[in-house]
Write a protein that binds this ligand. Structure first.
Ligand SMILES: Cc1ncc(COP(=O)(O)O)c(C=O)c1O
Length: 486
């Protein structure tokens, strides 16, 4: 690929030899990397037209470049930048010499210490978390929705649009959330985001000032923890037990917290459900303290057994709860689309913050998703995924019971995209994580997700991204990792 088409070629100055000026420009373009080694140079006719010079001048300049080893001719095909330029220039050499020591990192950089970017190869590895599978029917339906959306998209949608998302999509999401999650909302409370993480970030920006006390589940979802920490919040890790967040412990530690972050349907990472008693306690505290609750309902679509659960937001009537959901799990993570439902009193402020952070969601993707919803394909996809993911969960449980029953205790979750395998015999989960990585499988250790509470060593095993038939082989590799530790 070459950027010669859009390179800012300049007409030669009237003074000085034209051939030399053409030669200099082409050589500079090679040095700048706009013309890559092995890439085709513009034809002499084309370059002459762009520069407004005689074609013979370009041919003469190319001859010079050929003679110096910058270019090579290929009979019948044209002139190319030489594939090996090591003889004529050092492409890696810094162009500007560094001037003294680098400046000290600004505070914003320091606040991001501890945030780890995910290793690129982890995505496809067995048991990585939060992965999804689109079956052939979903892919066909997606392609049809894309075609229809492209055909019918109003030209206005190729421009700037509502930062909160397309009104029809917001109405469809509000409908879906009322039906599926009991969420109390009108379309004007829905803000389309790039996902749950984006929604959390917007909530943090609007609801917190540096130094504000905040409750966060312990253990909890690390990116939320980091977003809060980077915003300068005073962090109060609140322990989680079999009934979910221990509200009494939160009240004892920080009664005046401004905000509590919770994953009530499927606590991340432990997978427990926030009990009804605790839900009521949490809402009562928030009302009395004037605090806000962010309900991260990141995997609500995938409930396999047990009684259906309504959202925390539905109990509150949408007064103090900011509800967060995502299509990055319901469909696929690369789609980067999610939503938040704002209490009426906050919806304008959250929409403004969304506009400042990312202007608006992508219009084409929204149109495709709207078609997917309206054609009934979304509901059908979720129904099929629930069945498939439950079978995948069961296959994983069976393989773990067959191979690793002596070493792990499994919590079979009613919901979600991963299960917890707690380690027996005092095994170290971080060591198992490392040994598994060396064997090419991802078994994320949970101890590093604990802040104050005593860690219970365990592994998070994602099952949604991998077919049921692959589970036994994945578990066999995990068993080898355990064996590597002796
Ligand atoms: C608890 C929790 N919250 C938020 C997210 C982020 O979701 P999204 O991809 O929609 O930003 C994840 C993703 O794994 C998650 O597990």
């Amino acid at each position: 690929m070459s950027w010669a088409e859009i390179y800012p070629w300049q007409a030669p100055r009237p003074e000085g030899p034209v051939i030399r000026q053409v030669y200099d420009q082409v050589r500079d373009a090679i040095h700048a990397g706009a013309l890559k080694p092995g890439g085709r140079l513009p034809s002499s006719r084309d370059l002459a037209r762009r520069l407004g010079v005689a074609r013979a001048s370009v041919v003469a300049a190319y001859d010079l470049l050929l003679a110096e080893g910058y270019a090579e001719g290929r009979p019948g095909s044209g002139t190319y930048v030489c594939g090996d330029l090591s003889g004529v220039l050092d492409l890696k050499a810094p162009r500007i010499a560094p001037d003294g020591p680098p400046p000290p990192p600004p505070a914003g950089v320091l606040a991001l210490d501890g945030v780890a970017l995910p290793p690129p190869e982890e995505g496809g590895r067995m048991f990585s978390n939060g992965r999804t599978l689109m079956d052939a029917r979903a892919l066909d339906a997606w392609a049809a929705s894309t075609r229809r959306a492209l055909k019918t998209l109003d030209p206005v949608h190729f421009g700037y649009s509502d930062p909160r998302g397309e009104p029809r999509l917001r109405a469809a999401i509000a409908d879906y959330l009322r039906a599926a999650r009991g969420v109390v909302c009108e379309p004007d409370q829905v803000i389309v985001t790039s996902g749950a993480q984006h929604a959390v970030d917007i909530a943090v920006r609007v609801l917190l000032r540096p130094g504000d006390p905040v409750w966060m589940e312990d253990p909890g979802y690390a990116p939320t923890w980091h977003a809060l920490q980077a915003a300068g919040a005073e962090m109060h890790p609140v322990p989680v037990d079999r009934a979910g967040l221990d509200v009494a412990a939160g009240v004892a530690a920080a009664p005046q917290a401004r905000l509590a972050f919770v994953t009530p349907s499927h606590q991340y990472p432990l997978g427990v459900t926030l009990s009804m008693g605790r839900r009521l306690e949490l809402l009562a505290w928030a009302r009395a303290a004037g605090a806000w609750i962010v309900e991260d309902d990141y995997s609500s679509e995938f409930r396999y057994s047990g009684p259906p659960l309504a959202s925390l937001q539905s109990l509150d009537g949408g007064e103090r709860v900011i509800y967060v959901g995502t299509l990055n799990k319901a469909l696929f993570p690369g789609i980067r689309l999610g939503y938040m439902v704002a209490p009426q009193s906050l919806s304008a402020a959250l929409a403004k913050a969304r506009q400042l952070s990312d202007r608006q969601p992508p219009t084409l993707t929204q149109a495709v998703v709207l078609d997917f919803f309206e054609s009934g394909q979304f509901a059908a996809h979720i129904r099929r995924r629930r069945l498939a993911y439950r079978a995948q969960r069961d296959a994983l449980v069976e393989a773990l019971r067959a191979k690793l029953a002596d070493l792990v205790e499994i919590d079979v979750p009613d919901q979600g995209m991963h299960l917890m395998a707690f380690l027996k015999n005092g095994l170290d989960d971080v060591a198992v994580h490392a040994a598994a990585a060396a064997r090419g499988v991802t078994a994320r250790a949970t101890s590093p997700l604990y802040r104050k509470a005593p860690p219970r060593p365990g592994l998070m095993l994602g099952f949604t991204g991998f077919p049921a038939r692959s589970m036994a082989a994945g578990v066999a590799r995990l068993a080898e990792a355990f064996a590597d530790l002796g």
